[in-house]
Design a protein. Structure first.
Length: 141
């Protein structure tokens, strides 16, 4: 099966994925194509598997450790007060983790809910104003 996750990992391996931040033990850290909250990133496994349940214990540990290290780095470089982690795989049936910094100044109607409550169609696209996040994460990862 070739999902968007498979295609993004293949592009990362080939050096053709412009959203790549860093290669980590379990896969690739990438910026989100849109930034509903500044610093939205994903962890894509390499190799791609259908779900975290398809990884052995060592690979699961490595993946979850990389995911939380990414969260730690986001806490260090942003003014986020917490990090949300989502591993869903419902619309793209391949393992990938969404990592969202959460901010005190988010609109009150969104602050306590999932980031997916935002209107993603109008979310700011990844752009030059997010480059500082990529550079800071590259230094920490």
């Amino acid at each position: 099966m070739s999902t968007l996750i498979h295609r993004r990992v293949e592009a990362a391996r080939a050096g053709n994925n412009p959203t790549v931040i860093a290669r980590v033990d379990s896969g690739w850290v990438v910026m989100g194509d849109v930034q509903p909250v500044a610093g939205y990133t994903l962890l894509l496994p390499d190799p791609v598997v259908p779900s975290i349940n398809d990884l052995d214990s060592a690979a699961r540990s490595a993946y979850l450790l990389d995911m939380t290290r990414l969260g730690d780095a986001l806490l260090d470089i942003t003014d986020a007060y917490r990090i949300n982690y989502d591993i869903l795989g419902n619309s793209e049936p391949a393992l990938h983790a969404h990592v969202f910094p959460r901010y005190e100044d988010e609109p009150s109607e969104f602050r306590t809910g999932p980031v997916f409550a935002y209107d993603w169609a109008t979310a700011p696209p990844l752009g030059p104003e997010h480059e500082w996040i990529r550079e800071a994460l590259q230094q920490r990862l």
